[in-house]
Design a protein around this ligand. Sequence first.
Ligand code: NAI
Length: 396
Amino acid sequence: MIIEPRMRGFICLTSHPKGCEKNVLNQIEFVKSNGHIEGPKNVLVIGASTGFGLASRITSAFGSNAATIGVFFEKAPQEGKTASPGWYNSAAFQQEAKKAGLYAKSINGDAFSTEVKKKTIDLIKSDLGKVDLVIYSLASPVRTHPETGVTHRSVLKPIGDTFTSKTVDFHSGVVSNITIEPCTEDDINNTVAVMGGEDWEMWIDALIQADALSNHATTVAYSYIGPSLTEAVYRKGTIGKAKNDLEARAFKIADKLKDIDGEAYVSVNKALVTQASSAIPVIPLYISLLYKTMKEKGIHEGCIEQIQRLFEARLFSKEGIPTDEEGRIRIDDLEMREDVQNAVAELWLQATTETLPEIGDLKGYKQDFLNLFGFGFEGVDYLEDVNEVVAIEGLQ
Ligand code: NAI
């Protein structure tokens, strides 16, 4: 079929297999061009099909020649109906790993469930024995708790006070004011249940119990802090409570890993256009101003640049792993630089529908958004009739 983007709000209903493949190939190329990283050997990536998780899988495999097992939750294609992009990304990743002679297998299912944990650990035990790196990169709006059966839904709301701010509809470019009512106590608890660290800890507990972690194994989950401009809806909002929980769990998990001399970290990453972040109010306006500023300063990075640097200059740096005073790895250092934040704050005051095309990088935002679904890549013929029914090699 000939596949075109069909946008609905902050999602796109279609995705392009060839474009997703191009996205993966570009990321592999970037990692390879940066040279070998003396890194992990056997890696489990939970949330491996898009965004930071996909970049982590690609960096492990093509930066360090690691065997990878990827867990994700993606929609398979049907005749006349495209898959979700993470499906096509994973198909392309598997294909390239095979060509390179790298072990790679994938599991498509609900990572929050006991069943998927068991299936993944059985696969580790039978094929790899143990893993030495576990990346936890899930972003989901919903989690059914494996013990209580309760389905929790996360919300993106401020705590305590109503929050009014500028925001942009990145499709139309219209800047307007948005008012978000404060959350309830239940909203906080539900968001922490979905995006906090309980499931990360459950994964590590299950891996320890199955003796599936190598000596000195490391686990890393991803967090975000961001500026005061977004803090009411992000770091001091419901999602911030979940990130506080995730960050606190790192210490708890590190304690549990002491017997194997293992380590647990949270890495604070940069704000980037992903399916998860485009759903958060206010963030797209911040990102478009941030992109403009960072591109002008020549310090812009996407997911793959972030994760390649995380591996090379943080996790597997010869000088040890640098952390901030709260024990977190910071790869958002360039985003949080004072000159960058001052420039963005200045632009924020000037941002209107009329000024944004000039002072912000709305074009870059839209491009990245299209790219998430495999559209807008150079070298892909979007008029070509392509087969939407693509299988993932190595899918268990
Ligand atoms: P994403 O939406 O691109 O990726 C989410 C991944 O989780 C996908 O592989 C998806 O298949 C998987 N997934 C979702 N629900 C699942 C389930 N029930 N079972 C199995 N897999 C499931 O998200 P992104 O942005 O890469 O986020 C990953 C982490 O990075 C999150 O913790 C997020 O908060 C964090 N982060 C994101 C930033 C951003 O600006 N995008 C900035 C800093 C941190």
